[in-house]
Design a protein around this ligand. Sequence first.
Ligand code: AMP
Length: 310
Amino acid sequence: MSEESAEPTVPNGLTLARDLEELTFSPGVGDALQAAPAPIGFVPTMGALHAGHAALIERAAEAMSRRKGGTVVVSIFVNPTQFGPGEDLDRYPRTLEADLRLCREAGADVVFAPSARTVYPDEHLHPGGIAASVRVGGPLTETLEGSHRPGHFDGVATVVLKLLNMVRPAVAFFGEKDWQQLAVVRTMANDLNLPYLIESVPTVRDADGLALSSRNRYLSPEQRAAAAELPAALFAARAAIAAGDAPAEVERALTDRLSAAGFAVDYAAVRCPTTLGPPPAKPPYTVRILVAAKLGGTRLIDNVAATRTA
Ligand code: AMP
C-alpha cells in the first residue's frame, strides 16, 4: 500500500497517528509527553512486520505493563535517507493494514505511521527536507554495513533520533538482528546523553534458523530453502570459535562455505561486540560473528555471539 492511498481499517483499541498532532493527542501519549520520564515503550520499524517485530512489541508491552499507564508506540516508516542509490527503497514491502493487526495483537497502543513529509518537512528549503542531522563517526560506522552502504548509518542515526524526540519514550527497543545498528544507536544515546533507555531483543528465527526479515519475502522458494545455509554456517562458526579456531580462520571458512552455497558474500567477520573492531588477541573472549551476503538480488544480514573460554 502506498503511503498516500486510502486510510486502512484500524483495529479496535488501536490508534493510528499519521502526523505529529495526531501522535501528540493520541490516548496515553498526550499525557505521557507531559510527564518525565514518559512511560512510553517505543519500537521503531519500517513495517512489513513479522514475528521478530512482534517480539520487540511484546517486550515493550511487558515493560510498560509494569508501569502504571504505560503506553506502547510502534512507528512504521520506510526511511528514504538510509537507502542508497540502487537499493530496494521503491520495492520495500508496504503492508500497513496487516501491520496494524500484528501491532494490536502484540500489545501496541499507538502506531505512528508518518508520511515522508512529516519527517522531512522542508523540502522547499533544504534538499532532503531537513538541515540538521546527527552522525556517529569513527570506525563503528565505517566498517561492515558502513563500508558497503555509504551514508546508511547517517540516515539511521538521524531518523532514530528524530523519532525518539517525537515519541519521547522511557525505553526504546531494537533487535539484535541488526547488531551494528544497535551499536550505533547505543553509541549515539551514550555520547549525546539521550534521556531514553535503549534495550535490545534477541533475534527471532524461523524453524530452519533463518533470521526473520522483511526482505525474506523477496526470496523465491528455492532461494528460501538455500538461505538456511546462512544461519547454519554462522552456528558452525560459533562452534569453531568455542573450539579454539582463530578468528581469521573462522572468517575464511565462513566465507568459503557461503560462497560454495551460492551466496555473494559482502563480509563475514569476527569482531569485538561493542566497537566492531578486531577481536581481542587472546582468549577468553566473547565476539560477534557478522555476515552480509546476497542470494540472487536479496541481501541478507545476520549475526551471532560466540565465546571462547580458554
Ligand atoms: P526494520 O523494520 O527491519 O527496520 O526492523 C525494526 C526493528 O526490528 C529493528 O530494531 C530490528 O533489529 C528488529 N528486527 C528485525 N528483524 C528481527 C528479528 N528477526 N528478530 C528480532 N528483531 C528483529
